[in-house]
Design a protein around this ligand. Structure first.
Ligand code: OAD
Length: 232
């Protein structure tokens, strides 16, 4: 049976109340990327960066998974072959919906990372600058999220999955940020059928075999039900 690789972005969590980045009123309309999502911004003003991620951590902790997250978890449970979920999101809503093996390529708000020794630990709800790393004791704790100019996590593993997938779906992502925006090409090279599921067609929609538009809470459950009906 066919292997499925799914890439998700902020759009899948939008109906759980978490803001996207590039939509009107999105996070990048309210904050400068250089200030809150770069290593240089963190070096300049760690308090500001911690305040930004602390607020997002509180918001994410209060959010509930929506029917799109739940449908993907159901697909993983019932599909007779492998279903890999790769997310650009730093929330934990896929896991909260019951998904397993979620690859967080842009890190997670749940994690703290020592910028000096790379030790990782569970982030407290409020991270503060100057708090020491539990291992090396240097005051270099930062959110374990990937910033612009940094290499996303698990890239080798993700490209291995793309090389061997039969179906690739990109859900709720504008396709503006590489390397994730290039995954569709990797999957096509492997001969996979590709589908974009998004509120509106993204700028990169023409790279996909199929484009499904509408809110994720309705499009994703129907896409999953169609697949599972074929597998029965
Ligand atoms: P964007 O904000 O760029 O794109 C969100 C996409 O979701 C848009 O194409 C929307 O049309 C779509 N969308 C909005 N509401 C939706 C809904 N209810 N159902 C379905 N789709 C909906 O977010 P991402 O593509 O995830 O990286 O952004 C990629 C990366 O850019 C993020 O991981 C983050 C950001 O800068 C870093 O911070 C490193």
């Amino acid at each position: 049976m066919e292997k499925i690789v799914i890439l998700t972005g902020a759009g899948i969590s939008a109906e759980s109340g978490l803001g996207t980045f590039r939509d009107e009123d999105g996070l990048w309309a309210q904050h400068r990327i250089e200030d809150v999502a770069t290593p240089e911004g963190f070096a300049r003003n760690p308090e500001l960066v911690h305040a930004f991620y602390n607020a997002r951590r509180v918001q994410a902790a209060a959010a509930k998974p929506n029917p799109a997250h739940t449908a993907l978890a159901r697909l993983q449970r019932h599909w007779p072959s492998e279903v890999v979920i790769v997310t650009q999101n730093v929330d934990s809503l896929h896991e909260a919906a019951g998904a397993e093996r979620v690859i967080h390529m842009h890190g997670s708000l749940a994690g703290a990372l020592c910028a000096v020794c790379d030790h990782r630990w569970q982030a407290p709800t409020e991270m503060q600058s100057g708090q020491p790393c539990p291992v090396c004791q240097v005051a270099a704790g930062r959110p374990d999220v990937v910033w612009f100019g940094e290499m996303p996590y698990f890239m080798d593993e993700i490209f291995d999955h793309l090389d061997s997938t039969d179906i690739f779906a990109a859900i709720g992502t504008s396709g503006q940020v590489y390397p994730a925006a290039g995954f569709v090409q990797g999957a096509r090279r492997a001969g996979a059928a590709t589908v974009e599921i998004n509120l509106d067609p993204s700028d990169g929609a023409s790279a996909f075999d199929q484009v499904v538009t509408g809110p994720a809470t309705s499009t994703v459950p129907s896409w999953v039900e169609n697949l599972l009906a074929k597998a029965r």
